[in-house]
Write a protein that binds this ligand. Structure first.
Ligand code: NDP
Length: 506
């Protein structure tokens, strides 16, 4: 046999003599139980799939680096942000949200934009989206909202009634709906879109002064979007177009990059700020908080194995390093729990040991032990409790977030300024969108909302009207709705409108 030839083995390294013919009793006889290689091979195959992510199931990822370009040490003590020119390795995963693992990349949907920074203080995850806002601001609504974006329980089909019923009864969604139905809802590729933290986070410095911040990763490739017609065509012709585009760009050395711009508010500025900075349905207007350029993100290495590195990658907004902390944004607070929880379900308790998820620049030194698939040495004979007097790792008091003030009566508070919900979406429609952008927005909405029943069309069109009368009128016109009825519904409170458009009303 030729030297260095690789010999096929079982999963346990035992050499195999044959891998084409099962062991049978006689030439035409049944297969024997003692063909353990066949049994092992089938049993492994039977278990190859892991649960897909309940959201963000379809995605693509790549490695690269993050390089600091401006001094931000007066805002944060995070070590990976401590010096101009400092580079940190990253892994980034882009995704759609509602579709399954095999769904088309060109679907109208927000895009996930998740960055894992392998810092010397452990892994920091910035788990963002390509939109600066979100549909809802309270996590109690999240499972319901996602159900409406997926499939109908009876037909197993996407359902325009579910989709618009929920959104039209949840007017806080109007800002994100307006972005989603603009051509930004169908980005040309993952390279041609921005990434936003969407949530407000806290940065704090080595003097324990803190700041409220929002992240904007602006694409250096420029924003490019698909029209509805192009997105539909690509879904048929090349349903993996964005996955392919990212992989091939990196293979040919055309490394995509983003410029990180930060919006930063002092606590004093935040007190007088006209918008609730913990409401994820709102942006911070650029003229009030001009973004400052602080860093560059470059993707320059493809994964070698999709399952190992992309499918098994796991991000959590709860992975925050010293110098960066959570804000009271209710959606963020829920995500701090939910991401880690879903990864335990999807990948198992020790998912942090998988190479893509393991800290690369800071070793894990915890007292957590055991559990399924503990695939390292489980810390050998080191102490597995704290406190101990045998030299185990010790907490570092300087690593903690400075104390912060929390007060108030415990209650389930609803948002106190519901009319605010229509201001920023109206500004986007009137002041930011081009004539062509508005035409496409209206066409995209009419095409989709036209699939819902009449009373839901009326209820949702009243919400568009509240954002801007012209917006509502044009949708009404496209759907053939009576504009007087839309105006009547637009004047009502959310509860009155829900009652006026209940089942059987039209
Ligand atoms: P600006 O004119 O300063 O900023 C408008 C921003 O809107 C642009 O910088 C661009 O963001 C973004 N934009 C352009 N076209 C679209 C589109 N079709 N869909 C979504 N976003 C688009 O105005 P303001 O800061 O006062 O914001 C006005 C409105 O712009 C907001 O109500 C919001 O809807 C939208 N917007 C604001 C952002 C912010 O952080 N202030 C961020 C994104 C949107 P970018 O440069 O990030 O691509």
């Amino acid at each position: 046999m030729a030297k260095n030839k690789k010999i096929l083995t079982t999963a346990f390294g035992i050499p195999l003599a044959e891998d084409q013919n099962s062991l049978t009793a006689g030439e035409r006889g049944p297969v024997l139980m003692q063909d353990v290689h066949l049994l092992e091979k089938l049993a492994h195959f039977d278990r190859e799939r892991i649960p897909e992510r309940v959201v963000h199931a379809k995605g693509a990822g790549a490695y690269g680096y993050f390089e600091v370009t401006a001094d931000v040490t007066k805002y944060t003590k995070a070590k990976f942000l401590s010096e101009v020119g400092k580079r940190t390795e990253v892994f980034v995963r882009f995704s759609t949200v509602g579709g399954e693992k095999g769904s088309p990349d060109s679907a109208r949907d927000p895009r996930g934009f998740a960055v894992k920074f392998y810092t010397e203080e452990g892994n920091y995850d910035m788990t963002g989206n390509n939109t600066p806002v979100f549909f809802i601001r309270d996590p109690l609504k999240f499972p319901d909202f996602i159900h409406t974006q997926k499939r109908h329980p009876a037909t197993n089909l996407p359902d325009a009634n579910m989709f618009w019923d929920f959104l039209s009864l949840t007017p806080e969604s109007i800002h994100q709906v307006t972005i989603l139905f603009s051509d930004r809802g169908t980005p040309a590729t993952f390279r041609h879109m921005n990434g936003y933290s969407s949530h407000t986070f806290k940065w704090y410095n080595d003097k324990d002064e803190y700041f409220w911040v929002q992240y904007h990763f602006k694409t250096d490739q420029g924003i490019k979007n698909l029209t509805r017609e192009a997105a539909t065509r690509i879904a048929g012709e090349n349903p993996n177009h964005a996955t392919r585009d990212l992989y091939e760009a990196i293979e040919r050395g055309d490394y995509p990059s983003w410029t990180l711009e930060m919006q930063i508010l002092t606590p004093e500025q935040a007190k007088n700020f006209p918008w609730d900075i913990f409401d994820i349905t709102k942006v911070w207007p650029h003229d009030e908080v001009p973004p400052i350029k602080v860093a560059r993100l470059v993707l320059n290495r493809n994964p070698k194995n999709y399952f190992a590195e992309v499918e098994q990658s796991a991000f959590s907004p709860g992975n925050l390093v010293p110098g960066i902390a959570a804000s009271p944004d209710k959606m963020l607070q829920a995500r701090l729990f939910s991401y880690h929880d879903t990864h335990i379900h999807r990948l198992g308790l020790n998912y942090h040991l998988l190479p893509v998820n393991a800290p690369k620049a800071a070793p894990e030194m915890s007292y957590q032990r055991d559990g399924f698939m503990r695939l390292d040495d489980n810390s050998g004979g080191e102490p597995n409790y704290w406190p101990n007097s045998f030299g185990g790792p010790v907490p570092d008091p300087t690593a903690g977030e400075p104390p912060f003030d929390v007060s108030g009566d415990a209650a389930r508070y609803s948002f106190s300024h519901p009319n605010d919900d229509f201001v920023q979406s109206g500004n986007l429609y009137r002041d930011v969108m081009t004539v062509q952008g508005r035409d496409n927005l209206i066409g995209n909405i009419v095409d989709h909302l036209g699939g819902a029943i009449n009373r839901i069309q009326y209820r949702q069109t009243a919400i568009f009207y509240k954002a801007d009368p012209d917006y509502g009128k044009r949708v009404a016109d496209g759907l053939g709705l009576d504009i007087k009825e839309v105006e009547r519904l637009a004047e009502m409170s959310n509860e009155e409108r829900a009652e006026a458009t209940k089942d059987g009303s039209y």
